[in-house]
Design a protein around this ligand. Structure first.
Ligand code: ZN
Length: 338
């Protein structure tokens, strides 16, 4: 059964020359706005022949490094600097960002668990559907900027996924390395089915994802990584001219071979991690202690590392509940190529 056209209407012309700032308008009807619209900001820059890059952030509403970097880029990138077309959507899930949350303040939807989306679904699924059927088909290369948000803190990295199409995987990996974050990763997803990543990759597009920090804030260091990375991405795929800028130290390659990289809590309480982001962990090391907050005199629950590697992500709030990811340990490798 074919889907009806997307209810989203753009106020920009994706084929017009020059730079345009506008909105992707999605009709909504709420107590606050009976005949209203979700207004998703978009910038389109067109300048002659060349590839199309789709740059996105705010897929989750509390991941501010990418949102900030793309808002800044929309204000600084000039049409004459571009060869081809750059589409910038700094805040994909506007209702989530408005609420200061990972998920939508309108329907509770987690956009990055809503793909490929549905034109007849909730607001979040309608946004996903517009990307899947309208924006992604326009692009050759896509970059989606994430970070840990309020509940995770993540060592800044850019990543590609293992793909059945090895050329597509190599193209994507090239962009992840060129992004120039301190870490480049081959990422394993716990459940990839409903991710934007999968919606893009399944259309044969080159796709790079990132995690650029977290904690629901930004720092100067991480903003510098985000902004340099976006510029490097555009240079690498030929959309702007310039010299690739490398990270300060040697870039570290990490692989996530399987789900054992994720350490998830089987207890609730107060979390004490014994490693900082970027530190080397050995199998068997005490990686975390969880304390019972309801009494004194009780021993903490000890979590041991199940593999060697480097701590690439950690739970950010000290309070932890059952099922929370408390740490992610990735394996350091010499090369990410097959
Ligand atoms: Zn995210």
């Amino acid at each position: 059964m074919s889907k009806r056209p997307s209810p989203v209407s753009p106020t920009v012309d994706f084929d017009a020359d020059g730079i345009q700032h506008g909105f992707l308008k999605l009709p909504i009807s709420t107590d606050e706005s009976a005949w209203g619209a979700v207004m998703i900001p978009v910038t389109v820059i067109n300048n002659g022949a060349g590839p199309t890059a789709l740059l996105t952030a705010g897929n989750h509403g509390d991941e501010y490094e990418g949102i900030t970097a793309l808002l800044k880029l929309s204000n600084t990138l000039r049409a004459e600097d571009v060869r081809g077309r750059v589409i910038i959507v700094p805040i994909m899930n506007v209702p989530a960002a408005t609420a200061g949350k990972r998920t939508s303040g309108l329907d509770g939807g987690n956009l990055n668990r809503s793909f490929p989306g549905d034109p007849d679904g909730g607001v979040t699924e309608q946004i996903a559907d517009y990307f899947t059927r309208e924006l992604v088909p326009m692009c050759d290369v896509a970059l989606d900027l994430h970070s840990g948000g309020r509940t995770l803190d993540i060592l800044p990295f850019a990543a590609a996924h293992r793909l059945d199409d090895h050329d597509q995987e190599a193209q994507s990996l090239g962009g992840a390395v060129a992004f120039g974050a301190p870490v480049a990763m081959m990422m394993f997803e716990l459940d990839a089915t409903k991710l934007y990543d999968t919606a893009v990759e399944s259309q044969g597009k080159t796709f790079v994802t990132t995690e650029l920090g977290g904690g629901g804030t930004t720092t100067p260091e991480r903003m510098a990584i985000a902004e340099r990375g976006v510029r490097n991405f555009l240079i690498h795929y030929g959309l702007i001219e310039g010299q690739l800028e490398s990270p300060a130290g040697q870039q570290v390659y990490v692989d996530m071979p399987d789900a054992s990289c994720y350490v998830q809590s089987e207890h609730s309480g107060l979390l004490e991690l014994s490693f900082a982001l970027g530190e080397t962990v050995r199998r068997g090391d005490v990686i975390a202690r969880i304390y019972d907050m309801t009494r004194t005199g009780s021993e903490p629950i000890i979590y041991h590392a199940k593999r060697d590697g480097v701590l690439v992500a950690r739970r950010f709030p000290a309070q932890v509940n059952m099922g929370d990811t408390i740490a992610v340990i990735a394996e350091v490798v010499d090369s990410l190529e097959r």
